[in-house]
Design a binder for this molecule. Structure first.
Ligand SMILES: Nc1ncnc2c1ncn2[C@@H]1O[C@H](COP(=O)(O)OP(=O)(O)OP(=O)(O)O)[C@@H](O)[C@H]1O
Length: 259
């Protein structure tokens, strides 16, 4: 469960300007976001507002060009296993089996073979893929591949799981199942999750806290807490109120600017 007192990730006035082929693109300007231990935070915002950039900075794949990106109060030094990233396109190693994909992280960090085996079996069971342990990614459905990707970051001892539209490529039924499974995993393991999505319903269904980013370059505009007991009751008035309010904000972000 969320511990309101301990920030794991702390983005303080984070800016990012990409430079490529002589062109500068400002993706973030002064974004502030704190994620506390055990929280499930969904980051919602119009396309191009900088959600993925903020996530990639949290993962250590990108360095901010301004402000501070901190984990446990220290600057994020670069990619590391404590911040596991899950992508829409799974990012599995196609030449490795399910078992070896999940074991890759602990093994490459020099964990003893017996410990790696035990960890792998535990996480395969946690995501219900025991029957597919020796399969390769191309033999799995999209939902199964995403379960492997989630198990892989957990087996690698991620303290924060950073998810960039992880269910965006899945059909509606599989998406709903994985949303349920993810919430179940989250409740059982005490994970901390920062989850990027375009979908308002998904954000409200999953999150402790929905964070809305304004469009280009992303300033974080609003923070809405959702009481846990209401979370699964998607027909509740609270859910509908929040959905309407977020939809209005998102819509205003998409509206053409007045001349
Ligand atoms: N590697 C890069 N080099 C140059 N510009 C980039 C790079 N990555 C992102 N951008 C630009 O930065 C801005 C923010 O992109 P980002 O992917 O963070 O937004 P987003 O909110 O995640 O978008 P979407 O919801 O469409 O995935 C966009 O204008 C994008 O074109």
């Amino acid at each position: 469960m969320a511990d309101p007192t301990i920030p794991i990730l702390d983005m303080r006035g984070v800016s990012k300007t990409y430079l490529s082929k002589g062109r500068a693109t400002e993706a973030l300007r002064g974004a502030n976001l704190t994620v506390r231990r055990g929280e499930f935070v969904c980051l919602l915002g119009a396309s191009g507002c900088g959600k993925s950039t903020l996530l990639r900075i949290a993962a250590g794949f990108e360095a901010p060009t301004g402000g501070e990106a901190l984990m446990w109060d220290k600057p994020i030094p670069g990619p590391g296993p404590s911040r596991g990233m899950v992508f829409q396109d799974y990012g599995l190693f196609p030449w490795l089996t399910v078992r070896d994909n999940i074991g890759f992280g602990p093994q490459s960090r020099g964990r003893p073979a017996a410990e790696v085996r035990e960890t792998v079996e535990r996480y395969i069971a946690l995501v219900g893929l025991q029957a597919f342990a020796d399969a390769h990614p191309h033999q799995l459905s999209g939902g199964m591949k995403q379960r492997v990707a989630i198990a892989r970051v957990l087996a690698n001892e991620a303290e924060v799981v950073l998810m960039d539209e992880p269910f965006g490529a899945l059909d509606a039924m599989t998406r709903e199942r994985l949303q349920d499974e993810l919430l179940d995993l989250w409740a059982r393991t005490g994970l901390t999750v920062l989850f990027v999505t375009h979908a308002i319903e998904e954000a409200i269904f999953l999150a402790d806290r929905v964070v809305m980013m304004s469009p280009g370059p992303g300033r974080i505009e609003a923070v809405h807490g959702i009481d846990l007991p209401r979370r699964r009751d998607v027909s509740s008035p609270a859910f509908n109120d929040l959905r309407r309010m977020l939809a209005a904000q998102l819509h205003s972000h998409h509206a053409p600017k007045a001349a």
